[in-house]
Design a protein around this ligand. Structure first.
Ligand code: UDP
Length: 240
């Protein structure tokens, strides 16, 4: 929108579901991951530093398993491991396109990824590498949206780009209400008073308290990641 300044450093939050092809048996579609990777390559050409947090919902969600009798903490650790699979898939497709990528995990698994070390992550970003943060925060009872909020604060990102199935934040559910209106931008406080669900409350609070704006947009549309970076009128910017 008006007055938008190109960010220097961003955290891109991808949901696990976004990596799956509708109706497919496979949890990850290499073709879809490849399409995401090409959008990331396009965005890198704008000179923006990109860190990525990917969810695990295409494999597993701790809370669903715990609702069905499994212990929550264990189920959550399984969810965190799922995010590592998604991280590796993204790394692989990005590397196919010539991008240097480092996966850093919040749970150590040295044979497949680096451990999360904040200062090393920043060093990679400054060298133009993509950094993918796997295994969430490393703690059960949190989400990967919270991970995105936390890592964005830690690495001083200018904005969190939250890729979703809808093209922004609406005043009511656009799937149910044909008259739903999309916001170009909205403040944290107004989003709360209107009870709009942008992220889970832990993630949202962290963004608000640390003044990390959230850009909600639809990345299924080719070219949208670059558009979001350049401030085109797509999606919704949630800000202070
Ligand atoms: N998770 C967790 N701690 C974290 C991040 C994730 O326990 O810091 C677990 C949790 O069980 C969650 C799962 O990993 O359900 C997958 O993450 P999420 O649901 O955020 O993925 P998304 O919905 O974005 O695909």
């Amino acid at each position: 929108g008006a007055g938008h300044k190109k960010p220097r450093r961003v955290v891109l939050k991808l949901s696990g579901e976004a990596l799956r092809e509708d109706g497919s048996q496979d949890n990850i579609s290499p073709e879809i991951v490849g399409k995401m990777a090409s959008q990331i390559v396009e965005a890198l050409k704008e000179g923006v530093q990109i860190a990525i947090v990917v969810g695990g919902g295409n494999f597993w969600r701790g809370i669903s398993a715990s609702n069905r009798g499994m212990e929550r903490a264990t189920a959550d650790y399984m969810g965190m491991l799922a995010t590592v699979m998604n991280s590796l898939a993204l790394q692989s497709m990005l590397e196919e396109m010539g991008v240097e990528v480092r996966v850093q995990t919040a749970i150590e698994m040295k044979n497949v990824a680096e451990p999360f070390i904040r200062r090393v992550a920043i060093g990679h970003l400054e060298k133009g590498r993509v950094v993918i943060f796997g295994a969430g925060t490393g703690n059960p009872f949190f989400s990967t949206d919270t991970t995105a909020a936390l890592r964005a604060s830690e690495i001083n990102a200018d904005v969190i780009l939250k890729a979703t199935k809808v093209d922004g934040v609406y005043d009511s559910d656009p799937a149910k209400n044909p008259d739903a209106v999309r916001f170009d931008d909205i403040s944290f406080h107004e989003a709360i008073s209107r009870r709009l669900k942008v992220m889970d409350s832990t993630a949202f609070s962290l963004c608000m308290d640390n003044n990390k704006p959230i850009m909600v947009f639809d990345m299924n549309e080719p070219g949208n990641l670059k558009r979001a970076l350049l401030g085109a009128d797509i999606g919704t910017l949630v800000h202070a």
